[in-house]
Design a protein around this ligand. Sequence first.
Ligand code: AHR
Length: 520
Amino acid sequence: STTQPRIDIFPSSPISPVSPLLFSGFIEHLGRCIYGGILPSTRTTFPYTPRNPCPPSEFTETPKTLLTPQGFRKDVIEVLRDELGVPMVRWPGGNFVSSYHWEDGVGRREGRRRRMELAWGFEEGNEFGTDEFIEWCREAACEPYICLNMGTGTLAEALHWVEYCNGTGDTYYANLRRANTGRDEPHNVKYWGLGNEVWGPWQVGQQTAPDYAQKARQWAHAIKLIDPSVKLVACGETGLTQWDATVLDALVDKVDLHSVHLYTGFGPRDRTQKEREYGRGVYGPDAAEYALEIARGLINKARVAKQISKPIKIAFDEWGVWDETVGTAENGLEQFYNLADALAMASWLNVFVRQSDLVDIACLAQSINVISPLITSPTGILKQTLYYPLYLFSKYMRGGMAVKVHVDSPTFAGETLPEWISTIKGAPKTLDVSAVLHGKSLRVAVVNRSEEQSATVPIRVAFAQLREGVEVEVHEIWHPDATVRNGWQKEEVAVKMRKEGWKEEWTFKEHSFTLLVVDL
Ligand code: AHR
C-alpha cells in the first residue's frame, strides 16, 4: 500500500523495562553446538554422524592456547560474555532432553556411558554434563537454566537433579555433587523448565495437553518441596493454541513462566519466487507478536478464573530464524544466513522490546553452530549476518525502558504470514519500529523491510524539544544485495556507525536496519 509513513515516539508512555533476560541463549546436544562450540571438536563442518565421520583430512586440532583451563573454547565464551552479554543459557535441550538422563553426565569423565540419543539420531558421549555446564556458565558469566526430561524421565529423577544442583543439606545427591565438584557450594540453578515441546509428535513421550498439565502440576508441587526458591517454566506451544490454553488454565497457580517456541524461516525450498521467500522471512516475526497478543489474553483468562494475583510471564525459550529444509539433522542444523535473515532477527527483537511487559525471558535458538549467528571452525569464529542486530540490541536496547511507538507505514502485499493470521491482523507494515529510553538517551530501532524501496519518514518525539542538528549516532546494517552472506574470507554485512544532526525526516535504505541514539 502507499500509506504516508510516519513514526511517533512517546517517551512519556512507558511499556516496561527491557529485561536483560531477553538476550538469553540456548545450547543443545545437537550437531556441533556442544561438541565444537563449547568443547573443541576437530570437525569443521557437517555432514558427519558417528556412522559417517568426516575424512581425516578435514580434521584440525584446536590448540590448547584457545581453550580455558577447563577445556572450553575461549573465543566462544568471549563473544557470548563480552560482546553479546548473554545473561542466561538454557540446556541440555530442546528435543534432546526428552531422552536425557542427567546421571549419565556426572562423575569421572572417563567412565561415562555412551547413549543412543533419540531426538536427532546421534550417539551421546556425555563428556559435557551438569557440572561442566555450571562450570561453563561461571566462565561465561551467565545464569544456568535447565530443562527437565518429561519424556523418558521420571519425577524421582527430576527431584534428584534439583537436589544435586541446589541441595545444601547432608543428603545423598547434595553430597554427590560435593564429591564430584570438590566444592561445598551448590550450583544454585534458579530456572527449571517442565519439559520441552511435549506436545510435538516428534517427541519421545508426546502427551496430550490434559495429561501433561496433570503431570506438570505434580512435578511443580514436588520440585518446590525440594527447593521453594526455584522458578518453574511450563511447557507451552506457540502461545495461541489449545495446548497453551489448557496448560495455562491448569498451571497458572503452580508456575512462574509459560514457554513459547516459534521460528521464522523462508519456508519450503520449492518456493522459488524471490519476493515470496524474502517476505516470509522478514515479516515472519509479526506472527510471533500476534501469538503473544493471544497468549496475553490466555494468561489473563486463566488468572481471572483462579483469581491469581501473581503475574505469569512468557519465556520465549526458543526463537530464531530457521529454515528446516536447510538446517536439517543431517547437517547439524548449520545454516548460513543472509542480510534478509538479519532483518528478520531485528524484527524479532523489536517484537520482544514492544512486548517487554509480557516477555521476561527469550532464549535465542541456538547460541553456537546450530541455527546460530556464530559458526566455529576448530580455530575461529564466523560472525554471521544475524550477529549484528543482536549485538546492537544487546548493547543499546537492554535495560532501557521500552516506550510506546506509533507507526504509519506502507504494507507488504506478498505472501508472508499464514492467511488466517493476515486476515485477522492485516497486511504487515514495511516499517517495523521499537524504542527505549535509557535515562535521557532515546534509542530507536527501525527495520525497513521493503526489499526495493527506501523510506523517507518524519519522526516525531512527543513532548521532547529535539532541536535540529543535535548529535545522533546512526548505526546501520545494510548492503545493496539482501541475499548476501558473511563468509570466512569476507565480511559483507556488519554495522556502520556515523554521526548526524537530528532532523525531522529520516531516510531508511531499502532492506536495512538502523538504530538511532540521541539524547533528549
Ligand atoms: O532448536 C532446535 C529444535 O527446535 C529444538 O531441539 C526443539 O525444541 C525445537 O523443535
